[in-house]
Design a protein around this ligand. Structure first.
Ligand SMILES: [Zn+2]
Length: 202
């Protein structure tokens, strides 16, 4: 078999090994620093999400695989209109977040969901009467991508209601989009048991 390394090659091989070992150490350090950087980002992200949980007007991004799997699409128009009317009436025909007055035509009936990240259950927990601005913030991903929606108005409303500045608003949106990207990779089992109170079983 042909000799692959000559004596000088061996030296080269040995210095290469040192070089490689040095690189390995560097890459170990690099991966360590990546780990601590990722940990820092994850903790920072958690803090930002915690802060967002304390907001008066929270953003609620529905995972992509669940798009269209909502109450509105699952029941008849008549049943949905009946539910909407009840929700608006209980809220005294006003927005449950900012208090803006409205009527059945101007108010939106918003579906509130909770997410069990372990059991992968997306559960309907409430139906809310909201004005169009608050509802636009709830689905900010959609609002910012649609041409016929005033993006600046939606962002302004989000900042005003929560009394936050641009930096905080941007950080929160970035963290929520990251959480949403993670949720998009999962298949969610939907729980509509909340509708029992409206005598509806899905
Ligand atoms: Zn509102």
């Amino acid at each position: 078999m042909k000799k692959i390394f000559s004596k000088s090659d061996s030296r080269t091989k040995s210095s290469n090994k040192k070089f490689k070992d040095g690189n390995k150490a560097k890459s170990r350090n690099k991966s360590r620093s990546n780990i601590s950087e990722n940990l820092f980002l994850a903790r920072n992200n958690e803090k930002i999400l915690e802060m967002h949980n304390s907001f008066k007007l929270k953003i609620e991004l529905v995972p992509k695989p669940s798009w269209g799997n909502n109450v509105r699409n699952k029941i008849s128009k008549k049943s949905w209109d009946d539910i909407r009317e009840k929700v608006f009436k209980i809220a005294n025909y006003s927005c449950e977040i900012c208090g803006q007055k409205g009527n059945s035509k101007t108010l939106h009936c918003h579906e509130v969901w909770s997410y069990d990240e372990t059991k992968l259950i997306q559960k309907l927990t409430n139906l809310q009467s909201l004005c169009s601005n608050c509802h636009g913030v709830k689905h900010i991903g959609r609002s910012l991508s649609l041409k016929n929606i005033d993006r600046e108005k939606v962002l302004k409303h989000f900042k005003e209601i929560n009394q936050i500045n641009d930096t905080i608003a941007n950080q929160v949106i970035v963290s929520l989009l990251q959480q949403w990207n993670g949720r998009n990779k999962k298949k969610w089992k939907l729980d509509f048991s909340y509708l029992k109170i409206y005598n509806i079983k899905l």
